[in-house]
Design a protein around this ligand. Structure first.
Ligand code: FAD
Length: 418
């Protein structure tokens, strides 16, 4: 197990500087344009693919870095450039992680390369879990997958919503109910291969922020996928469902608290989310740092009453608080990420803690940055207006702040806090 460190090693510093250069030279200059266009920035993704930032190899290398700092460092730099464009670059990773976490070696080898395409023909992927009536309450998902034994095919019907890259993805990973009696334990994930009939894009959403990232409904109308598209395979699914049914029977039914208490109960999907939350925290740190830097520069150069506005404690103390919160958020993110990579259990929901604190920090710091820039901060002449809109997503996706607090409180108390 790698020791926890707060210092990047030389190799990591080199990668960080390279990512920062891409964020500063390619992402940041394109940010305002793609925010206005509200479209996927394909040329920027292609540019990222050309230099090696948009590839499975790169993310796998960072993901398996034993210090745990590879992914947070990557996210912070790219999102420092621009959140919407960065999400277009890393959004495919959500679907890839879904396959890495639950797929067989063959599924990983077949589907993940198709998610990224290649530098001449880049592709994106989508992870589709949320539904109109099932956001935080994942267990109330309705999309249904039914096995057609005669054809060894799964038939999927339902509507997914708010899917990043939904409908424009080459490969969609879709979570569906296979046993409605078992709540979230009766879910399974499926690959929907490119060009599968029955899958279509529904409404594309116009958004408050991260507007360069495509978000849409995905409609699944009698979508038939081969048995081999069930992530993990049928045998593993049948075993898992049998275990879940047995547990539910022993506990007296689904929803009855088990003997070990709620805080200790987690299904595989929840554990995966916990582990991926520090990455979202790192995105938030990137946006917060970007806004803080603009505000600091501005406060040092903008003069009112014959002196720079930073000469006022009211402004300087805000900047001191902003930087303190950003550094604290990064420390929580790095700790959780190191724990996740090294298999240390989150006994105090440290993954959720990092996401909660970092995303609230991004919202607060970007709002302070707008205030420090005054009228200029409120216009699109300066980037903090966009950063403030972008930051609002962090407290919503991958589990809202309230859900993070719920996870932390349940973990700490072992009680079914509602
Ligand atoms: C831009 C964007 C991209 C997204 N990308 C994806 C994606 O790629 N794939 C995907 O599957 N989903 C995606 N989502 C969906 C996202 O994960 C959900 O929006 C999120 O989980 C919240 O669900 P909801 O919107 O239904 O809110 P709700 O669950 O309806 O919550 C509404 C409010 O009620 C609060 N609340 C709910 N339950 C409780 C409770 N028990 N206690 C206290 N407060 C509670 C919430 O915190 C929130 O403030 C995306 C969303 C957006 C906006």
């Amino acid at each position: 197990m790698a020791e926890f460190t707060m210092e990047l090693n030389d190799e990591q510093k080199e990668v960080r500087d390279w990512l920062h250069g891409f964020a500063a030279d390619v992402i940041r200059p394109a940010a305002a344009e793609w925010d206005e266009r509200e479209e996927t920035p394909w040329p920027v993704i292609q540019e990222a693919a050309k230099v090696g930032i948009y590839s499975l190899d790169f993310y796998a290398q960072q993901y398996f870095d034993p210090t745990g700092l590879g992914i947070p460092m990557t996210m912070e730099e790219l999102f420092w450039g621009d959140a919407g464009i960065a999400l277009s670059i890393v959004g495919t990773g959500l679907a890839a992680v879904g396959v890495l976490a639950n797929g067989t070696d063959e599924q990983i080898g077949t589907w993940i390369p198709q998610m990224y395409g290649d530098q001449n023909d880049v592709k994106v992927a989508a992870f589709c879990s949320s539904e109109p009536d099932a956001g935080s309450d994942v267990a109330s998902m309705r999309t249904r997958a039914v096995y057609d034994e005669a054809k060894d095919e799964w038939v999927i019907n339902g509507t997914k919503t708010w899917a990043t890259n939904g409908g424009i993805a080459n490969v969609h990973v879709v979570v569906a109910v296979v046993d409605p009696e078992l709540g979230s334990k009766g879910h399974a994930s499926f690959i929907v291969p490119p060009g599968t009939p029955g899958l279509s894009q529904g409404q594309k959403f116009k958004k408050h922020g991260i507007r360069a990232s495509h978000t849409a409904e995905v409609v699944l109308d009698d979508v038939r996928v081969p048995g081999s598209c069930l992530l993990g395979g049928k045998e593993k699914l049948d075993e898992r469902l049998a275990r879940a049914r047995e547990k539910a029977r022993a506990a007296g039914g689904v929803g009855v608290p088990p003997a070990e208490g709620w805080g200790r109960v987690k299904n595989a999907a929840m554990a995966t989310f916990e582990a991926s939350r520090p990455a979202v925290g790192a995105m938030a740190v990137g946006t917060a740092r970007a806004a803080y830097e603009v505000a600091l520069d501005y406060a040092k150069t903008r003069e009112q009453f014959g002196r720079p506005i930073i000469d006022n404690q009211g402004v300087a103390f805000q900047l001191a608080d902003m930087r303190t919160r950003i550094d604290a958020a990064r420390l929580l993110v790095w700790r959780a990420s190191w724990m996740a990579v090294n298999g240390k259990p989150f006994t105090a929901a440290e993954g959720s803690m990092s996401k909660l604190f970092a995303s609230e920090t991004a919202k607060q710091v970007t709002a302070q940055a707008v205030q420090i820039l005054g009228g200029n901060g409120y216009t699109r002449e300066y980037p903090v207006e966009r950063m403030h809109r972008d930051a609002a997503i962090y407290t919503i996706f991958e589990g809202t702040s309230e859900i993070q607090r719920l996870v932390i409180a349940r973990t700490l108390s072992g009680m079914p806090i509602r």
